[in-house]
Design a binder for this molecule. Sequence first.
Ligand code: ADP
Length: 376
Amino acid sequence: MADIRISSVHKSYGKTAVVHGIDLGIANGEFVVILGPSGCGKSTLLRMIAGLEEISSGDISIGGTIVNKLEPRERGCAMVFQNYALYPHMSVAENIGYALKVAGVPRAERMVRIEKVAKTLAIEEFLARKPGQLSGGQRQRVAMGRAMIREPKVFLYDEPLSNLDAKLRVQMRVEIRKLHARLSATSIFVTHDQIEAMTLADRIVVMNKGVIDQVGTPREIYQRPSTTFVAGFIGQPGMNLVDGRVETASNRIILADGQSLPLDRHRYPTIQDGPITAGFRAEQLRLTNDPRGILATFDFAEEMGSAQLVHVELGGDTVISHVRGGQGFAPRAGLRLEIDPADVHLYDKSTGRRLAERVDASSIDNAAPIPMLVTH
Ligand code: ADP
């Protein structure tokens, strides 16, 4: 068993604190993606789990054993990096088998294990080649083979796909997920790429400035982001966020220009009048012919093939509507928009935290598509 428990973990470099108290449990066999912008501390956290970076305070346990003071090789983790760090003068087979050779495993056993790993990764035909004779994707597989051969309890991936071109990245994502289905080793994958996170993860951990903002399944994170940071970071485009003021007398959210969005009182039964930030997804903001719709001014449209991202000005903010099909809009045209009350999320204007709401069993919609993951 290789469940991982991270308790009150802090990290400072000198006087600079970069990880401010992380608490996280990862189940045996789970695939967890740590997602966040550059500099938020995700690699530092991964390196502390691997033992490549000392913990300033707190505990990390793997399979029930506190590993704070253990050497990297004693932790049962294998790490796959962005720069594959293959030995250029060694063949693929030698690269994959190197750790076993160092550990004194006899040649015959090494060969059996190298071939098994190469077969899993579909790189048997390249075993005699040098890394320089391989494509980026093949090299990445060799790097994974080198990690796999040690039969680790835990795989740690540090942005392993960032160097690959877009098409190969998609292929490798599929490969990594298939590999995980076969090996079921506990896996932690660090990335700044939210689509990578959405497609790979059982659960996503969103980090922001050295803290965890939210932990949840890709769908939970997409549909109920717990802060305005997560709301804006996840999704392509991120969630529309506009400032407004709750007016309980009218059940509306009044925007800067005096227009208003509907307020779902069933979901926010205890809401008080006052300033908030309202969030809503582009695909839930629809064009309408209804003259009661919210009036916005057309700015420009991003063509996406089967849909358009229509940017409009609304009460001094720019918001985006995901519109199916392609239609032309005149410059500065007035457009009417509508949104269901249930699709408007409310956040504390000063802290950016999601406001307390009534949560129904149906609040995560498992049937709703996540537009950025739909390939038409
Ligand atoms: P991420 O992986 O999210 O891009 P990192 O974990 O690499 O972020 O870095 C988090 C913060 O810690 C950054 O501000 C970075 O500059 C700082 N940092 C990372 N390594 C060191 C180091 N060895 N010495 C000082 N500061 C560091």
